[in-house]
Write a protein that binds this ligand. Structure first.
Ligand code: AMP
Length: 285
């Protein structure tokens, strides 16, 4: 089967030149930002973008400013040649793969911070993370100037932070959330799953199982505080070493819910470590 050609550009000027050509013809542009080490989850977002646009641009940029000092920036997997093949097979025509100097020129001084929605959960567990995400995503959206940009529900809080910043800064783009792609045993696909040992990989589906069970209990009218405690106990029993959070939150602004039953659209979100690998997942209630 012949795949459409994929062009790789490394500068903002070249990215803009491609997008300008398409827009001059009145064609719609979709955009999928990633950090690479692509898997089926990323590719499902590319296909979703392809359904909503004439051309899909993906970016691969491991953004240093969203990693904490003791996190895995240096170890993060970098597999650009394979990523390019996968992107082409999913219908992406342009890969933007800048180096750090292209994104952060000497003297770079601007940070985008989103109050409220970026403060709890991963915002509390990973100080500075969402400022790094909000800043790089703001830049990427202004660089690529897409009509539609697709982000995964896998990173649900990130998706809500991006929805907020696009509204607040009047960035003219439609934000679409794509469902979480999972392994057959339920584990959410993640580039970080590659860090798991055989034993840890076997234990990992307990995270999705605990959240699914909790969501069912909440739908049946269980109280938030008891459901969170049970999910936490299930994770501990499965061998999760450190649990950053297991919390039920409002689906839109991630405000705290409970302690009683939920009455509005909600999301249960968790982050926990198996060995040294931090896994996150979330499920709609
Ligand atoms: P990352 O490369 O981890 O920064 O992720 C890039 C984009 O892919 C983000 O919008 C993620 O939410 C999304 N993504 C990551 N894993 C999955 C998955 N399992 N299913 C759907 N989207 C995902």
């Amino acid at each position: 089967m012949s795949e459409p050609p994929l062009s790789v550009v490394r500068t903002v000027a070249d990215l803009r030149a491609h997008v300008r050509t398409w827009k001059a013809r009145g064609e719609r542009v979709g955009f999928v930002p990633t950090m690479g080490a692509l898997h089926e989850g990323h590719l499902s977002l590319v296909r979703l973008a392809r359904e909503r646009a004439d051309h899909v641009v993906a970016s691969v940029f491991v953004n240093p400013t969203q990693f904490g000092p003791n996190e895995d920036f240096d170890a993060y997997p970098r597999t650009e040649a394979r990523d390019a093949e996968l992107l082409a097979s999913a219908g992406c025509e342009l890969l933007f793969a800048p180096d750090v100097a292209e994104m952060y020129a000497p003297g770079f001084s601007t940070t985008v911070t989103v109050a409220g929605v970026s403060e709890p959960l991963d915002g509390a567990a990973r100080p500075g993370h969402f400022a790094g995400v909000a800043t790089v995503v703001s830049k990427l959206l202004m660089q690529a100037a897409p009509d539609v940009a697709v982000f995964g529900e896998k990173d649900y809080q990130q998706l809500q932070v991006i929805r907020r910043l696009v509204r607040d800064l009047d960035i003219p783009v439609e934000i679409v959330g794509g469902p979480t792609a999972r392994a057959p045993d339920g584990l959410a696909l993640s580039s970080r799953n590659a860090y798991l040992s055989v034993e840890e990989r076997a234990a990992a589906p307990a995270l999705a199982r605990a959240l699914t069970a909790a969501a069912e209990q909440l739908r049946a009218g269980a109280a938030v505080d008891q459901t969170e405690a049970q999910a936490r106990a299930a994770l501990e029993a499965a061998g999760f070493r450190k649990i950053d959070y297991v919390e039920v939150r409002a689906a839109d602004d991630l405000a705290r819910l409970g302690p009683g039953p939920v009455a509005a659209p909600a999301r249960i979100l968790a982050a926990a470590f198996l060995g040294r690998t931090r896994l996150i997942d979330n499920i709609a209630v």
